[in-house]
Design a protein around this ligand. Structure first.
Ligand code: AR6
Length: 174
């Protein structure tokens, strides 16, 4: 199966697109979002600002995705998505997290992009328990690969403990 789980800094990957775990403003933040903006340079913020708001302060609603160039990154494109904040699991978090992964791949298909690297969306500031998020993320990616086998998908975790959690989830769904 063309899904791999690695431990790395996603900003170093020379893939077709890296995925940003952003917030609805798309104007930057901490965590992986901050790292991507720092590595891409200020042109990324300008490109995000140019995306049309869909509501006051909202350029990308939770569960949706938007694409910009990668600018100074080794990756050609950045696909920004907004994961759900964890509220205990009863607020549709799993469906929203699955939507993030599906919408990222829909944009990738539209652009003919094949090698896509995802971070552990929602597993940091947004508080989604990693083993649960990993199961949703990898289950969704596996489903997508069943109908679109051309993708090469990388789950890029920050550090070995998170890599082990996502690898266990991959072994479960494989
Ligand atoms: N490469 C790969 N993964 C990383 C990197 C990196 N360079 N840096 C952090 N991570 P988070 P969220 C991991 O908090 O939970 C931002 O402020 C991190 O260890 O970045 O979706 C946004 O603007 C964790 O496992 O994203 C939003 O406001 C994972 O990336 C909010 O945080 C996701 O952690 C989004 O929260």
């Amino acid at each position: 199966m063309l899904i791999s789980v690695i431990a790395a800094d996603i900003t170093t990957l020379a893939v077709d697109a890296i995925v940003n775990a952003a917030n609805e403003t798309l104007l930057g933040g901490g965590g992986v979002d901050g790292a991507i903006h720092r590595a891409a340079g200020p042109a990324l913020l300008e490109a995000c600002r140019a995306l049309p708001p869909v509501a006051p302060g909202v350029r990308c609603p939770t569960g949706e995705a938007r694409i910009t160039p990668g600018f100074a990154l080794p990756a050609r494109w950045v696909i920004h998505t907004v994961g759900p904040v964890w509220h205990g699991g009863g607020g549709g978090e799993a469906d929203l997290l699955a939507s993030c992964h599906r919408n990222v791949l829909r944009l990738a298909r539209e652009r003919g992009l094949r090698r896509i690297a995802f971070p552990a969306i929602s597993c940091g500031v947004y508080g989604y328990p990693a083993p649960l998020a990993a199961r949703v993320a990898l289950g969704t990616l596996r489903e997508e690969l069943a109908t679109h086998p051309d993708f090469e998908l990388i789950l890029c975790c920050f550090g070995e403990p998170m890599r082990a959690v996502f690898q266990a989830a991959l072994d479960e769904v494989a």
